[in-house]
Design a protein around this ligand. Structure first.
Ligand code: NAD
Length: 490
């Protein structure tokens, strides 16, 4: 069991009398302890952030910020394995995925270091003696609130551009994975050139410190990734202080397979994205496969044979290809959906649930596939956030688009097809922030992510992601002769 310390309000906070214990979902053992903060700690972190912005060059000097981000990336490179192991212990994901999650942030941070140096405004000539200077400024103090499923990647996706743009940040990690996140952020807090107070880590419950940040008048923006109901609550609680809120929420992503596609690749990418990637606990999980009728049986067979070879087990075991679910609540929810669906859908694979699982047995649920699902069934429109796939068939492209767009979500989608005209038509008509063609779950720091409809507000990553963390000012300059005097040197 490891006790974690966190950077808070310009110094370090160790585990004291109030702490949160984190258990390993593979066996129920306590593996980490982190400080559990209170409202007054949020006040202290906000004051330190405001002071740091006022007294340091952080908000004004993009080269300083780029330098700090690059130093962070270098430090992180030395600690990937250690942080990844902590992530496996707290989240349950397999070690290969955890290593990828941590190591991949090095390039995300470096990309944002580049943006920090190229963030620029513009000028307009608005008359013989009038100029408009349009400047780009940071929002100020930003709260980054993140979930437990990809806790390091989703935090960095928001934190790196927030810092690149010159903000101070309070990071609120999900309690279930707060030890791994604290270790990860320590690599930034230890960078000597980072002005004290620019980064605070606020561990504690969402309803206490999370809500305290949302309501705090000294916080200027919330960047939230998590559940839709929490997002709605945040919008309401942020309204009295007119904060900017960016929301990255859930999904129910369609995965369209046309008969001419590379069916092996389609089945492989689909199974990886809905089953072995974080046991389906990923917002972009393609939980609805829409398969052209003429290749439906072939896809079903391929999926069943892939599923038969998935090895469910402890993420630290090198033979495991799929870990447990991360939380007891998530386990109960997934099991409830499977039990209900078994009543009125056809089960193609999986669906075995131990009758009375205890936490110490591990929160394991195997890959499960249903078909013949009645219209309107919860399985077709609710986010399950687990390894549960529905298979539906379509005969025309219009039917495929109608099925793809039949939920209130719009986070991501896939089109597997060889015909370019058809691919473009389908990709343009599906309402989703990302459409992957003949591939899935490929994320790059350069390209935006975000949701249509219930999947969110705003865009993260890429240049738009950086711009979310800025505000624009127009300085209008009248330099008619006699109205302005240029000071003499000396
Ligand atoms: P959650 O909404 O329960 O928690 C997310 C974070 O919000 C946690 O840090 C939590 O402590 C905090 N929180 C809870 N109540 C709060 C409040 N009142 N005020 C402020 N903060 C509060 O979500 P989760 O269960 O951790 O994550 C799963 C959800 O996240 C799924 O719906 C998934 O689709 C979504 N998700 C979305 C994306 C995306 O990029 N669109 C990525 C990953 C996960």
């Amino acid at each position: 069991m490891k006790e974690h310390r966190i950077p808070l309000a310009g110094s370090w906070r160790s585990v004291g009398e109030l702490y949160t214990e984190i258990t390993n979902p593979a066996d129920g053992r306590v593996v980490s302890r982190v400080p559990a903060l209170e409202r007054q700690d949020v006040d202290a972190a906000v004051s330190a952030a405001q002071e740091a912005l006022r007294t340091s060059d952080w908000a004004w000097d993009g080269r300083l910020r780029a330098d700090v981000l690059l130093q962070w990336a270098d430090r992180l490179a030395d600690r990937v394995d250690e942080i990844a192991e902590r992530l496996v212990l707290e989240n349950g994901k397999v070690r290969r995925e955890a290593r990828f999650e941590v190591a991949n942030q090095i390039q995300v941070i470096r990309y944002n270091a580049g943006l920090a140096r190229s963030l620029a405004g513009r000028s307009h000539s608005l008359g013989r003696h009038v100029a408009g200077l349009v400047t780009v400024e940071p929002m100020g103090v930003v709260a980054v609130i993140s979930p437990w499923n990809w806790p390091i990647a989703l935090l960095t996706r928001d934190l790196a551009p927030a810092l690149a743009a010159g903000n101070a940040a309070l990071c609120k990690p999900a309690s279930q994975t707060a030890g791994a996140t604290a270790d990860f952020l320590a690599t930034l807090a230890e960078v000597g050139d980072l002005p004290p107070g620019i980064l605070s880590v606020v561990t504690g419950s969402g309803s206490r410190v999370g809500q305290a940040m949302v309501e705090h008048p000294g916080i200027n923006m919330i960047a939230f990734t998590g559940d839709g109901s929490t997002g709605q609550r945040i919008l309401r609680d942020a309204a009295p202080t007119f904060k900017k809120v960016v929301l990255e929420l859930g999904g129910k992503s369609p995965f369209v397979i046309c008969a001419d596609a590379d069916l092996d690749k389609a089945a492989g990418e689909l199974a990886s994205a809905i089953f072995t990637t974080t046991s389906g606990q990923i917002c972009t999980a393609p939980s609805r496969a829409l398969v052209e009728a003429s290749c439906f049986e072939e896809i079903a067979e391929r999926l069943c044979s892939i599923v038969a070879n998935i090895k469910l087990g402890d993420g630290l075991n090198e033979n495991s290809t799929m870990g447990p679910l991360t939380t007891r609540e998530q386990y109960d929810k997934v099991v409830r959906h499977i039990r209900e669906a078994k009543q009125n859908c056809r089960l193609l694979a999986g669906g075995d649930i131990p009758e009375a699982a205890s936490v110490n047995d591990g929160l394991f649920v195997g890959p499960t596939i249903f078909t013949d699902i009645p219209p309107g069934a919860p399985l077709l429109h609710e986010e399950i956030f687990g390894p549960v796939l529905t298979l539906q068939s379509f005969s025309t492209d219009e039917e495929a688009v109608a099925l793809a767009n039949s939920t209130s979500f719009g986070l991501s989608a896939a089109v597997f097809c060889r015909d370019l005209n058809r691919t473009m038509r389908l990709s343009r008509e599906i309402r989703a922030g990302t459409v992957w063609v003949n591939t899935y779950n490929r994320f790059y720091p350069e390209t935006e992510v975000g949701g249509y409809g219930d999947s969110g507000i705003g865009r993260m990553a890429g240049e738009s992601g950086l711009r979310e963390f800025t505000q624009t000012k127009h300085i209008n300059l009248d330099f008619t002769p006699g109205t302005i005097r240029v000071g003499r040197v000396g």
